[in-house]
Design a protein around this ligand. Structure first.
Ligand code: ADP
Ligand code: F6P
Length: 337
């Protein structure tokens, strides 16, 4: 393979730049020309790309986001869009494509491979909800960003004897919430995958109050407020008039008499310098993607099955489900008082 392309797709995540850098440098090491495609699959449809050299990926190891930019491209979900993108690959002489994104991006990669374009993909999303991989690029940084924010909230909650309800990202999955809760010692962790009752939180807070505890952190995954397949709590919360973190804080205050505030961390969690862990994952996975293409292996997803970096067919990767780590969740709730 003499010419490869790389794109980032779906929601951005910290470490995507490190992945682009690794693919570029490894590609050049293997005597390949590397094209950086802009705006995900949209750039492939539009032919929006530029050649990357050793220097074009320097000074980006510590930058969040993706310098190739990303997009949610509706046109690519239609067969006509995929065909257009495949034609662009042929027009530009792209013999292999590296895709970084979540499972939507993997589905797109599969469609493209069915049009005869060799593809390899790696998991980039802060949500850590990719079935075939223990961890995804960006998850560790997002957890660290949220942890630091929650630590700051603890400072002010302590001063005012308050309860702080912290909403973290994860539309369809509670992975971010659980690891943030474990890291900050949250009194209670709320995730879409595990049913809960408000009384359980209240009871635990009252138990804490009886022991002299004066401030509380409740970590809530945004996923508990959305009507999704993973959310087991949606109807219950709706029935209580709880539609967001603010409603939850208000009800906890009413039931415990502990003054409560809420903070929605939002997209802050998708920014900032990637952690060493994410830089490592992105670099090793990017390197593996190029090795696969260089050795004529494609239509595969690179993943981590701790401690090993593995690769498997895209179809197989897409079928894999990641069971929610209930044990980890239970530890968070057992240790956090
Ligand atoms: P993520 O990759 O983070 O899951 P999305 O689900 O938004 O993010 O997918 C990113 C892009 O991948 C979409 O904008 C679209 O271009 C492409 N894509 C998503 N789902 C499909 C699909 N079922 N078939 C083809 N392409 C898809
Ligand atoms: O990257 C995944 C994710 O962060 C979800 O947890 C979140 O709900 C969603 O993306 C929001 O992304 P956007 O605002 O870009 O649509």
């Amino acid at each position: 393979m003499k010419k490869i392309g790389i794109l980032t797709s779906g929601g951005d995540s910290q470490g995507m730049n490190n992945a682009i850098r690794a693919v570029t440098r490894a590609g050049i090491h293997n005597n390949m020309t590397v094209l950086g495609i802009k705006n995900g699959y949209q750039g492939l449809i539009d032919g929006d790309m530029e050649e990357l050299n050793i220097r074009s990926v320097s000074r980006i190891v510590d930058r969040g986001g993706t310098f190739l930019m990303t997009a949610r491209c509706l046109e690519f979900k239609e067969e006509a869009g995929v065909k257009k993108a495949a034609q662009t690959c042929r027009d530009f002489g792209i013999e292999g494509l590296v895709v970084i994104g979540g499972d939507g991006s993997f589905r797109g990669a599969l469609d493209l491979s069915r049009q005869g374009i060799p593809v390899v993909a790696m998991p980039g999303t802060i949500d850590n909800d990719i079935g075939c991989s223990d961890y995804t690029i960006g998850f560790d940084t997002a957890v660290n960003v949220a942890m630091q924010a929650a630590d700051k909230l603890r400072d002010t909650s302590m001063s005012h004897h308050r309860c702080s309800v912290v909403e973290v990202m994860g539309r369809n999955a509670g992975w971010v919430a659980v690891d943030v809760a474990l890291s900050v010692g949250a009194t209670y962790t709320l995730v879409p995958e595990v049913p809960f009752q408000v009384e359980q939180i209240v009871e635990k807070m009252k138990m804490g109050l009886a022991m002299g505890k004066q401030h509380f952190i409740i970590v809530a995954s945004e996923g508990i407020f959305f009507n999704t397949k993973t959310n087991t709590n949606f109807e219950y919360l709706q029935s209580l008039g709880i539609h967001g973190a603010g409603d939850l804080a208000r009800i906890l205050e009413e039931l415990t008499n502990v003054e409560s505030r809420h903070t929605v961390l939002g997209h802050i969690q998708r920014g900032g310098a990637p952690t060493a862990r994410d830089r490592y994952l992105a670099t090793i996975m990017g390197h593996r993607c190029v090795q696969l293409l260089a050795s004529g292996q494609f239509n595969r997803v690179v993943a981590i099955n701790e401690p090993n970096i593995i690769d498997l067919p895209i179809e197989e990767a897409l079928k894999m489900k990641k069971p929610f780590d209930r044990a980890r969740y239970d530890i968070a709730n057992e240790i956090g008082i």
